[in-house]
Design a binder for this molecule. Structure first.
Ligand code: NAD
Ligand code: UDP
Length: 308
């Protein structure tokens, strides 16, 4: 298959490109390098099945492909709030452009959606049939609402134009190739610990997240794309749930760092808890995560040790 990966030079995108090449596919990696880096895919550039395209998904593009993985969008609150108007354009216009492409060439298209569609959830754990609790006018809205509109577009292109879609809702995923300045909690804590700087907990640290190791997530992407049974949305994430305080303590333990924990103000609309119900993924994809938080953190720490 010829696969297009938008956001292919980013954290998840680069791992996906690598996996698709290993599976024998041709890969077109498209990115505007906002948060992606050539370094992430440098090791793939000699592969004759790999091609790079510098392009912004807010503009249309004509390509001949069999499959599209639409990952282009900054994912860290720090980066998606840097230029919120651009973030929502990327989600919405990017979805329209990629769905238009999929429609024209009859490609199957997968959307990298997010647990953020559930907002600050009033239902716990979150199941796919929960409609969410999202503030439409807050500082996270450019990302949350952009991703929600993208899901709507995917469903409407499917109903109206029979586009062959797949939607996965990704819960916090971490691992090697996250940027040092990514701003998300796992990379922040690891970098701070390795530099013996204070670990910054926002709020009182009792908010929870469920952290999935990147290899597990990529496996779910591939299984979702390869099956015919469901179009989604389907939750993909690790149901292990931890407070930010527990995460900080785990990072301190695994790095042996002398860093202290400091508390900083909680950003607006920060969800209080998050845990995926993954029964649908288990049943239909035969998928569940294999890497627990401590093993995943260890691998990620080893990566950051090589660059900090
Ligand atoms: P990332 O920031 O590393 O990757 C995003 C990539 O998209 C980058 O390479 C960036 O340069 C590129 N990009 C951004 N705007 C673009 C544009 N207008 N045109 C072309 N390329 C553009 O983040 P990530 O963690 O790898 O996330 C990848 C996707 O998965 C995103 O869509 C994100 O919303 C989704 N997701 C990730 C997580 C997670 O925990 N990692 C959770 C939920 C959803
Ligand atoms: N967080 C934190 N310290 C940091 C970065 C983030 O305590 O240095 C908190 C953040 O407020 C949130 C949680 O960690 O409650 C996860 O944040 P992240 O940005 O990784 O992802 P998201 O909030 O989008 O799930």
């Amino acid at each position: 298959m010829r696969c297009l990966v938008t956001g292919g030079a980013g954290f998840l995108g680069s791992h996906l490109c690598e996996r698709l090449l290993n599976d024998g596919h041709e890969v077109l990696c498209l990115d505007n390098y906002f948060t992606g880096r050539l370094q992430n895919i440098a090791h793939l550039r000699d592969n004759r099945n790999f091609e790079l395209i510098r392009h912004d998904v807010t503009e249309p593009i004509l390509l001949e492909v069999d499959r599209i993985f639409n990952l282009a969008c900054p994912a860290s609150p720090v980066h998606y709030q840097f230029n919120p108007v651009k973030t929502i354009k990327t989600s919405v216009m990017g979805a329209i452009n990629m769905l238009g492409l999929a429609k024209r060439v009859h490609a199957r298209i997968l959307q990298a959606s997010t647990s953020e569609v559930y907002g600050d959830p009033a239902v716990h754990p979150q199941k796919e049939d929960y409609w969410g609790n999202v503030n439409p006018i807050g500082i996270r809205s450019c990302y949350d609402e952009g991703k929600r509109v993208a899901e709507t577009l995917f469903m409407d292109y499917h109903r109206q134009n029979k586009v062959d879609i797949r939607i996965v809702r990704i819960f916090n995923t971490y691992g090697p190739r996250m940027l040092m300045n990514d701003g998300r909690v796992v990379s922040n804590f690891i970098v701070q610990a390795l530099k013996d700087e204070d670990l910054t907990i926002y709020g009182d640290g009792t908010q929870t997240r469920s952290f999935c190791y990147v290899d597990d997530l990529i496996e779910a992407f591939v299984r979702m794309m390869d099956q015919e049974e469901i179009i989604g949305p389907v939750n993909v994430g690790n149901p292990g749930e931890f407070t930010m305080l527990e995460l900080a303590q785990a990072v301190l333990e695994l790095t042996g760092s002398k860093s202290k924990i400091v508390y900083q103000p909680l950003p607006g609309d920060d969800p209080k808890m998050r845990r995926p119900d993954i029964s649908l993924a288990k049943k239909t994809l035969g998928w569940e995560p294999k890497v627990n938080l401590f093993d995943g953190l260890q691998k990620t720490i080893e990566y950051f040790k090589t660059i900090v």
